[in-house]
Design a protein around this ligand. Structure first.
Ligand SMILES: NC(=O)c1ccc[n+]([C@@H]2O[C@H](COP(=O)([O-])OP(=O)(O)OC[C@H]3O[C@@H](n4cnc5c(N)ncnc54)[C@H](O)[C@@H]3O)[C@@H](O)[C@H]2O)c1
Ligand SMILES: [Zn+2]
Length: 355
């Protein structure tokens, strides 16, 4: 299955196919004539897939090297980027060479950030290996690293030359990590695709979803493709992808990053927004119940405790209060129909009410 992302200055294909990783060499050969390729990956993914990929690329006569860093969000830093720059310079990488990002969202964000800044930008490819990366982070060209103060605060917009998605690699993923992706999949269906929603509804559990994951990934990539094409630089419509994320990010931050995963926090955020929006008459009655039963089926949390309401409010509004800004939030008119609404910061307190 192929999808093309078409932007004013660049277009690229996404290939989605079980087992396609065995053809990685043909794929790269069609896209690049580069002499050197640096595979950027983390230790976990390297052990599982690193040497397979590098051996395949060696066969095609590419000069392949590998930059491997410790798995986990804390590696998505300027310090790791610095090490990667030194690595590339040591290996004599020039602008005719390229980077292949092999891994989850952490690898993808870091490797694409490095590619877009080393020598003011060299070519890169994405080979996402988590469900979250396959439906979300590898598409759309947002690159990022974290600083001590905030996540994703440093980054660029830079599109890859291609994305190769092999759902087979999901077999080695931990359950909690699979659910990270499922939360975003439910989000896509909720904001933009009633037929995807119905499909998800028809699966009895995450195992059945995984059996059909190729078509689910395709549907999600198609939604993200459309939104990114309309708003490459995140000036408007792309915000719709933030459904559940305003409260979700706050839940993650207040709990301490890693305690509640991103997907779990987003699941709670989607339910909470819909609960309050329904009470306000802004969302069709029954939407929250539909979200809850969908998320529960996939073992994602839906319960939201109001105990931390004040902390969450602070986390959401702290940088906006002084300027009296409004906040843009995403609500569902109905399942499959998300919309962006601008509210005053005080209104956020309503959206944090649990009962
Ligand atoms: N750029 C974007 O548009 C965008 C969008 C959403 C999220 N993100 C970013 O993505 C990151 C989260 O991504 P993630 O959830 O993929 O995390 P991750 O990259 O840390 O991967 C999670 C864990 O799974 C392991 N792993 C990866 N593939 C595996 C496989 N096939 N089998 C077994 N283990 C495997 C990794 O080593 C890691 O330990 C965050 O930093 C977030 O900010 C970016
Ligand atoms: Zn997310």
């Amino acid at each position: 299955m192929k999808l093309t992302v078409t932007l004013p200055n660049h277009h690229y294909d996404l290939w989605i196919e079980k087992g396609i990783l065995t053809k990685v060499c043909d794929w790269v050969k069609k896209l690049w004539k580069q002499q050197k390729i640096a595979i950027i990956t983390d230790e976990t993914v390297d052990q599982l897939y690193g040497s397979k990929i590098s051996e395949k690329l060696l066969c095609a006569g590419f000069e392949v090297s590998k930059f491997v860093f410790a798995a986990g969000e804390t590696s998505k830093s300027l310090a790791t980027a610095q090490e990667a720059y030194d690595f590339l310079a040591d290996q004599g990488f020039t602008r005719t060479d390229g980077i292949l990002a092999l891994g989850g969202g952490v690898v993808g964000d870091l490797a694409s950030f490095v590619a877009s800044t080393y020598l003011r930008g060299i070519h890169f490819l994405q080979v996402p290996t988590t469900l979250l990366a396959q439906v979300d982070s590898s598409i759309g060209g947002k690159t990022a690293v974290n600083t001590k103060i905030a996540k994703n605060i440093v980054g660029t917009f830079s599109q890859p030359d291609g994305v190769l998605i092999d759902p087979k690699v999901l077999n080695t993923l931990e359950d909690r990590q699979v659910r990270e992706g499922i939360a975003e999949i439910v989000k896509y269906a909720a904001i933009a695709d009633i037929s995807l929603w119905k499909k998800l509804n028809s699966y009895k559990d995450e195992f059945e979803l995984l059996e059909n994951v190729q078509e689910v990934i395709y549907a999600c990539c198609e939604i993200k493709r459309k939104i990114v094409e309309e708003d490459e630089f995140d000036n408007g419509k792309r915000l719709i992808l933030n459904f559940g994320h305003t409260i979700g990010h706050a839940i993650e931050a207040v709990a301490g990053f890693g305690v509640i995963t991103h997907g779990e926090a987003v699941a709670m955020g989607m339910v909470q927004m819909s609960k309050v929006a329904e009470k306000k008459g802004l969302t069709k009655p029954g939407t929250m119940a539909a979200l809850i039963s969908m998320l529960e089926k996939f073992h994602l949390p839906t319960y939201f405790s109001s105990e931390q309401r004040e902390d969450l409010y602070q986390a959401i509004t702290h940088d906006k209060k002084a300027r009296g800004e409004k906040i843009k939030i995403v609500l569902l008119s109905d399942i499959g129909k998300g919309r962006i609404v601008s509210v005053t910061i005080n209104t956020m307190m309503d959206y944090l009410t649990a009962d």
